[in-house]
Design a protein around this ligand. Structure first.
Ligand code: NCD
Length: 307
């Protein structure tokens, strides 16, 4: 099996590595709270966030802590680190990599490849501009595998901000290249539709997909999984454009009920209004479970990259 040294895109994964990470994540899930792990004792993670984060940052840090390692963190690195003094990404990362054994970084600019190349230690992207979010995809795939028993031969719906949603881009690319007979159903208003670049990628892998402008028009009863996303307000230059699409893909109770009984509803979180809280009680809801799966998936990933 190939050992990952950097993870900046889902293209860095392969199916064998994903499956071994899922096995290990399952082990951590089954034994959580029962075993004291010291596998990452004396290993230090540098956690650098140049954009807000809750789940990704806390789950990486909790994962490190669970495995006996430690974290040094810069939460508002564009304000509180030398990046505020215009230090180049290359110099900043080169220097930081002297202080620990792995770097986990989130940035609003598409600079992950550059940053990873400058690092002397393993490097993980915790979210890059609107491009990719590979570790979210790791936990999303683990969730589908765990909750549906497989990923091949499924129909996955993706709704919301498909143009700015990096979780969508990474998930679509990973499903296309590592799984067979996956169909995708994209749901968004035309202004937020899936980028041509992703469609070209899907075409290369002969993936069947359809596009729909609202949940009301989407074939909800064909989906095994519906992945709902937030409209990414921070990427809109003009607030009027945001207001025009706000609330466009709300999963009303009747839509959730139109899905098959064994279908699942996922969301990377945070949510705004696209999944009303009443759906939290729906048997198809899995988005809070994704949070738990995110912790054990990141434990498996840190172990894989550090040991
Ligand atoms: C996502 C992100 O940062 O891209 N959040 C996360 O990591 N779970 C999704 C989002 O912000 O909408």
């Amino acid at each position: 099996m190939r050992k990952l040294r950097t993870l900046t895109s889902v293209d860095d994964f392969d199916r064998e590595t994903l499956e071994s990470l899922f096995d290990r994540a399952t082990y951590y899930l089954d034994n959580f709270g029962k075993v004291e792990w010291n596998i990452l004792r004396r290993k230090r993670m540098l956690s650098i966030y140049c954009q807000p984060s809750t789940r990704t940052r806390f789950s990486f840090e909790a994962a490190m802590d669970e495995l006996g390692g430690t974290t040094l963190n810069s939460q508002d690195a564009l304000i509180s680190s030398s990046f505020a003094k215009d230090e180049s990404i290359e110099d900043g990362i080169r220097v930081l990599s002297e202080y620990g054994h792995i770097i986990v970084m989130r940035h609003k600019l598409p600079i992950m490849r550059q940053a990873a190349d400058a690092s002397l230690v393993p490097f993980i992207s915790a979210g890059e501009a609107t491009k990719e979010h590979p570790t979210q995809t790791l936990l999303d795939l683990f969730t589908i595998e765990h909750e549906r028993g497989r990923i091949d031969d499924l129909t996955i719906g993706m709704a919301g901000d498909l143009v700015n949603g990096r979780t969508i881009h990474s998930l679509a690319k990973a499903l296309a290249q590592f799984y067979s007979n996956v169909r995708m159903v994209f749901i968004s208003p035309p202004q937020l539709s899936i980028p041509q670049e992703i469609k070209d990628f899907l075409d290369q892998y002969c993936i069947e997909y359809t596009e729909h402008s609202s949940l009301a028009e989407a074939p909800l009863n064909e989906m095994d999984c519906l992945y709902v996303t937030r409209i990414q307000k921070e990427w809109f230059e003009d607030d009027r454009d945001y207001q025009a699409v706000k609330g466009c893909c709300v999963l009303r109770q009747e839509y959730a009920e139109a899905m098959r009984d064994d279908a699942i509803v996922m969301h990377p979180l945070p949510r705004v209004d696209e999944i009303p809280t009443i759906i939290d009680q729906n048997k198809r809801a899995r988005y809070f479970l994704q949070v738990r799966y995110g912790l054990v998936s990141r434990m498996a990933l840190l172990e894989h990259m550090l040991i």
